[in-house]
Ligand binder design. Structure first.
Ligand SMILES: [Zn+2]
Ligand SMILES: [Zn+2]
Length: 104
């Protein structure tokens, strides 16, 4: 008799845990989906380094990007190595500051 009650309550407890697990799983899925979305958005804003192909990001609207990996400066607009930013950016070159379009 006692055994039966005990096992029944254990079962409902187990059920609660399963439901809890399921809820957590759904939340994790949401988080993963959000992360994928953000990653996609981030990658669409990333500018691969001309030297090592590593995606780097603009700092604000600055098109002058520094790659930590190969320690070069490059341009986010034309993706070429920038040796002298004063020569690269200017009225005849690239614009140093532009706002990236949103890819949402
Ligand atoms: Zn690099
Ligand atoms: Zn450029």
């Amino acid at each position: 008799m006692w055994q039966a009650i005990k096992s029944r309550s254990y079962k409902s407890e187990q059920c609660k845990i399963d439901r809890e697990k399921l809820r957590v799983k759904v939340e994790v899925n949401d988080v993963v989906r959000n992360m994928q979305k953000e990653l996609k958005l981030a990658l669409s804003r990333a500018h691969p380094c001309p030297g090592c192909r590593q995606p780097n990001f603009k700092v604000g609207n600055n098109n002058h990007i520094f790659c930590e990996t190969c320690r070069v400066h490059y341009c986010a607009l034309c993706h070429t190595v920038v040796r002298k930013s004063k020569e690269h950016y200017g009225p005849r070159g690239c614009k140093q500051h532009t706002v990236d379009p949103d890819f949402v």
